[in-house]
Ligand binder design. Structure first.
Ligand code: CMP
Length: 138
């Protein structure tokens, strides 16, 4: 079980000034911020990050959304980080997300859903390296 995971505060939430509240929510859940930066993804970069979804009908729209403004990739650490963060952010679709989860509180829609979280220890390692190359965090 990895104690490190990657989250992204997406352009909908970052652009509407919700980053501080989301970070406070994550810290209250026991996550420590290990690394963070603000970036504006290009089309190639967003496409590479979401390559696993390339064949999905929503891929083009997802890339458009993720390149529509600045976002904030963050490396987080706590015990059982990957599984715990998935619980804390809630379901992809905010109408299905459990009450009190980040997406239930801050997400606008299934696509504009405020926050990303790695879905496995393997993907956490890949995603941390994607945004923070050369750092030895995992
Ligand atoms: P995320 O957890 O970052 O992983 C893939 C993203 O694609 C997801 O959050 C949503 O932003 C988006 N997504 C997933 N399913 C759909 C869908 N059915 N329609 C639109 N966007 C989606």
């Amino acid at each position: 079980m990895s104690d490190t995971t990657l989250t992204i505060i997406k352009p909908d939430a970052f652009g509407s000034g919700k980053a501080g509240r989301i970070l406070a929510h994550l810290e209250q859940e026991g996550f420590e911020i290990v690394a963070a930066r603000v970036t504006h993804l290009g089309v190639a970069e967003a496409g590479e990050f979401y390559a696993v979804h390339r064949e999905r009908p929503f891929f083009g729209s997802l890339v458009e959304f993720m390149t529509s403004g600045r976002c904030m990739p963050i490396v987080l650490r706590r015990e059982n980080a990957v599984a715990h963060l998935r619980r804390v952010i809630g379901a992809t679709d905010p109408t299905e997300a459990e009450e009190g989860t980040v997406r239930a509180i801050y997400a606008e829609s299934k696509e504009r859903n405020a926050i990303h979280a790695s879905d496995s220890d393997e993907n956490a390692a890949v995603e941390v390296s994607f945004f923070f190359p050369g750092t030895d965090l995992i």
